[in-house]
Design a protein around this ligand. Structure first.
Ligand SMILES: [Zn+2]
Length: 85
């Protein structure tokens, strides 16, 4: 007999599940092993979003709303540019 709890905060063992920032569907997150942000793809709507490990868990965000330091591609661009102009 399974009972499904609706208490989201109880799901501490399932911290790798979260809602897609685009469609709100539940997705399994695959964060990087370090604190670097990575792209994940939503199984529900097929869009890419950013998954980033933070101090108290894992955060997800839309690519277009993410700060550059949380966007994998933007970070790479920033780092490869260096600071010469
Ligand atoms: Zn989605």
């Amino acid at each position: 007999m399974k009972t499904y709890s609706t208490t989201y905060l109880n799901a501490s063992e399932t911290e790798s599940m979260d809602r897609c920032p685009y469609c709100g569907g539940f997705v399994t997150l695959e964060p990087a092993v370090d604190y670097a942000p990575v792209y994940n793809r939503c199984d529900v709507c097929g869009k890419r979003f950013i998954v980033e490990r933070v101090r108290n868990g894992i955060t997800v965000m839309r690519i277009e709303g993410a700060p550059c330091m949380s966007d994998p591609e933007c970070r790479i661009t920033e780092m490869s540019q260096g600071d010469e102009e």
